[in-house]
Design a protein around this ligand. Structure first.
Ligand SMILES: O=c1ccn([C@@H]2O[C@H](COP(=O)(O)OP(=O)(O)O[C@H]3OC[C@@H](O)[C@H](O)[C@H]3O)[C@@H](O)[C@H]2O)c(=O)[nH]1
Length: 383
């Protein structure tokens, strides 16, 4: 059937379809819209031609990475995608495989990697607490060795490099909202430290490579991002709640649900990442997040409402070191990149729910036992 569809020119990305009357000139083929499986259509069309660049995206098959690859291809760039598929899979980017400007390389960023490129987006790292606590030593290695390898490459080929950092560098913040000037409140020995401290060292390395070797760095502190393309079993709150609601299962609220998060729709985050990379000056780390703050209970109630689910909310213990509040101050992003999120939670959730509703779950590997939420403070006290 896929062959028949291919012959008929259907169910193939537009760039793979033969134009009526045979081969079109390269220019004409490039100007056709690229159909993107997960992102919203407005972001998928081939955008106004940018200066052609060779761009390396580590973690390019992951949730954020795959959206980024699509967007960069749509801008007309050449994209090299590196991934070891620890938390991602090739189906995330199946629509890109075979694209003339896309190259896919199975690789682990803890090993040095060399290629000619103009820009590097270092996105590789498991991001869900369930995943990054599964093998915490490896998580620190990915953050620290991964960024060292990429900074070394950036230095050697004089590429600009963007490091995907995180709101988790603020730990359990004592101030709200968090500006980039806040140094954070992070436990160095807790169950989340592998990720938090790994990303903090990654930031340090970026700034030291800039000071010592003049490497052109960008550091994005990404807040909780959600949207179509998320792994259905990633264990994070948006996926858990939507999956549970769609299957009329209990909604698992950890703790009393009064902890807050600021949820950013994936297209806004990707837009922010590209703007930050293209921004001409290094201006320090940049918060990328939606400043609208919600309690996790509010999120649960909104998901139930939008799905029309019969699910009930139940309470489970709060995971260890779970931050109580998280809200970005985005003055810097507004000032330097004229960036702010345009999709608010309700609208973004509707799109995400639609994605999960139509997802074929057989294409995804079921999780190993979800243990992260069992790493509670009470357990840590017993040890
Ligand atoms: O089923 C669930 C899952 C999670 N939660 C709660 O929802 C909140 C958000 O949890 P998530 O696991 O989605 O993500 P966290 O905010 O803890 O960490 C995230 O921070 C920013 C990013 O860098 C990462 O994606 C991730 O580390 C937490 O308070 C968590 O305890 C639930 O109440 N129920």
């Amino acid at each position: 059937a896929p062959l028949a569809a291919a012959a008929a020119g259907q169910a193939l990305p537009s760039w793979r379809r033969a134009p009526p009357g045979g081969e079109a000139p390269q220019k004409e083929r490039r100007s056709q819209p690229v159909h993107i499986a997960y992102s919203t259509p407005s972001r998928c069309e081939l955008e106004k031609p940018a200066e052609f660049k060779r761009i390396l995206v580590t973690g390019g098959a992951g949730f954020l990475g795959s959206h980024l690859c699509r967007r960069l291809l749509a801008q007309g760039h050449e994209v090299m995608c590196l991934d070891n598929y620890f938390t991602s899979q090739r189906t995330n980017i199946s629509d890109l495989i075979g694209h003339p400007r896309f190259e896919l390389i199975r690789y682990d960023v803890t090993e040095p990697f060399f290629c000619e490129c103009d820009q590097i987006y270092n996105m590789a790292c498991p991001a869900s607490p369930v995943h990054y606590q599964f093998n915490p030593i490896k998580t620190t290695k990915v953050s620290v060795l991964g960024v060292m390898n990429m900074l070394g490459l950036a230095k050697r080929v004089k590429a600009r490099i963007l490091q995907a950092s995180t709101s988790e560098v603020y730990g359990d913040p004592e101030v709200s909202p968090q500006t980039e000037a806040y140094w954070g409140h992070v436990n160095t020995i807790g169950v989340r430290s592998c990720y938090d401290e790994g990303k903090r060292v990654a930031e340090t390395l970026c700034f030291d490579y800039m000071r010592q070797h003049n490497v052109d760095i960008r550091v994005a502190r990404i807040f909780n991002t959600y949207g179509p393309g998320m792994h259905p079993y990633d264990g994070r709150v948006v996926t858990n709640f939507i999956m549970q609601a769609l299957h009329n299962e209990d909604i698992t609220l950890y703790g009393d649900g009064q902890q807050t998060r600021s949820f950013t729709f994936v297209d806004d985050t990707v837009d922010g990442l590209i703007r930050l990379m293209e921004q001409e000056k290094t201006v320090g780390p940049m918060n990328l997040g939606n400043p609208n703050e919600f309690t996790v209970r509010q999120l649960a109630e909104l998901v139930i409402e939008l799905t029309g689910s019969k699910s009930k909310i139940i309470h489970l213990p709060l995971p260890g070191d779970d931050p109580k509040q998280r809200r970005p101050d985005i003055t810097r992003a507004r000032t330097f990149m004229q960036w702010e999120p345009t999709t608010q939670l309700r609208e973004g959730l509707v799109k995400t729910i639609e994605y999960f509703r139509t997802l074929d779950l057989r294409a995804y590997k079921k999780p190993t036992d979800h243990t992260a939420h069992k790493n509670t403070d009470a357990d840590a006290a017993k040890k």
